[in-house]
Design a binder for this molecule. Structure first.
Ligand code: ZN
Length: 416
């Protein structure tokens, strides 16, 4: 494939690679994250990161002043060994604590025998089980740092608005909202898709596709030395997968309706919103409700950039966690999980040097392009919050209306 490398892009590439290590004026980063010593406990790390980053104690950290800086800075020789996403997440957890219930699970440590890494779930809003819920997830694949960054940017905006935004507080009184910005911290530290044990969390659920899957990419049990490893048959879920499932089942599954968005990158040139199933071509259980949601999305965001479709249109895979959770959802619970696949080939096309970087294939590495990516997706997250609060307004309940949406969904997504 040939790429055009325009002069402006070349200048930007040069600027990005030549920028001095401490030049962060364009990112708004006033306190550069520093490495956090390994001997600090997790609690101390929270406090320490917040103090260093925001200059304040935990719980009052001015998280809004912290930005992780572009991915290429984090990869530069001499950059902090603690990824900036972990430091920002710690600071946001501290800042959100007065308003949130935080559960911290433990993910696999980056090396054999090393201490586990925290996997945070941050729940905001009203816990009453009759209210609708929304879950926002990122960092399931450690290499896809932009997914975590999108979730962190949205969370950062919310946390900074909580003290003064009355409309936001009213929204949160009518819904539950849970964030897991970094499901696989060990993978992010190592720069791998899989977790530190070599397991691809999105192939880790205990269910097989209904038809043959593509070799390797559909999930394999040959071993962790090859990509898309599912883990051994019959073994418990990996700790990060279990943390995700526990969070969904505790915060979302007991409600009449819940939505989820899991942010990834790396597939093709378009931004895609995939929904189950990944492991079978049969129509999704709640295709009618999903069509109703898509209808209000298209009407209210006429120029949105997404292709909305079932994942099975592209390839089948074993062990998809969202298939697993959708199939386990209690009867009567409407669960609509989406996977956002940001089309990273858009960024590679504009900056072919990224092809030579493992991170570059999955992330926009230049500051201004990352800013554009963050801006592009935040309206989707805002829409999902509004749609969750107002679920009773658009969910079809009348049998005729349900049938209309079911037929439309089948014609749009499942016609031969
Ligand atoms: Zn991914």
């Amino acid at each position: 494939m040939a790429f055009r490398c325009r002069r402006r892009d070349r200048r930007q590439v040069r600027a990005a690679f030549q920028r001095p290590a401490d030049a962060h004026a364009d990112t708004g980063l006033t306190h550069r994250p520093r490495s956090i010593p390994a001997h600090e406990t997790h609690a101390a790390r929270n406090t320490g990161a917040a103090r260093r980053l925001g200059g304040r104690a935990a719980g009052t950290a001015d998280a809004a002043a912290i930005a992780p800086g572009p991915v290429d800075d984090a990869l530069r020789p001499g950059a902090p060994t603690t990824p900036p996403e972990l430091a920002l997440l710690d600071a946001l957890v501290s800042a959100a604590r007065p308003y949130a219930q935080v559960t911290t699970f433990t993910g696999a440590g980056p090396r054999e025998g090393s201490e586990g890494l925290p996997v945070h779930a941050i729940a905001l809003g009203n816990p009453a089980p009759h209210l609708p819920g929304l879950g926002i997830f990122g960092g399931v694949h450690g290499l896809e740092r932009i997914g975590t960054r999108v979730v962190l940017a949205f969370l950062q905006g919310l946390v900074s608005r909580l003290p003064w935004d009355e409309t936001l507080r009213l929204q949160l009184q009518r819904m539950r909202l849970v964030f897991m910005p970094l499901v696989n911290p060990g993978g992010l530290v190592l720069g791998t898709r899989a977790n530190p044990r070599g397991v691809d969390l999105m192939r880790n659920a205990p269910l097989d596709a209904s038809e043959p899957v593509p070799f390797l990419v559909g999930g394999q049990r040959l071993g962790p030395g090859l990509p898309w490893y599912r883990g051994r048959a019959g073994e418990p879920l990996q700790p990060e997968s279990q943390a995700l499932c526990d969070t969904v089942e505790r915060e979302l599954s007991g409600r009449p309706v819940s939505l989820a968005l899991d942010c990834h990158s790396g597939f093709g040139q378009r931004d895609r919103l995939w929904f189950p199933f990944a492991g079978r071509r049969a129509p999704f259980t709640h295709a009618a409700q999903l069509h109703a949601l898509n209808e209000i999305f298209e009407r209210s965001h006429a120029h949105h950039p997404y292709v909305v479709e079932p994942q099975s249109r592209h390839y089948l895979a074993h062990g998809d966690l969202w298939d697993h959770l959708a199939l386990r959802a209690p009867p009567g619970h409407v669960f609509l999980p989406f996977t956002l696949e940001m089309g990273s080939w858009l960024w590679v096309k504009k900056n072919p040097r990224q092809l030579f970087s493992r991170h570059g294939i999955f992330n926009p590495v230049i500051s201004h392009r990352e800013t554009r990516v963050l801006r592009r997706h935040l309206p989707l997250l805002d829409f999902l919050m509004r749609a969750t609060v107002a679920a009773a307004e658009w969910l079809p309940r009348d049998p005729l209306e349900l049938e209309r949406h079911r037929r439309a969904a089948h014609a749009r997504w499942y016609a031969a």
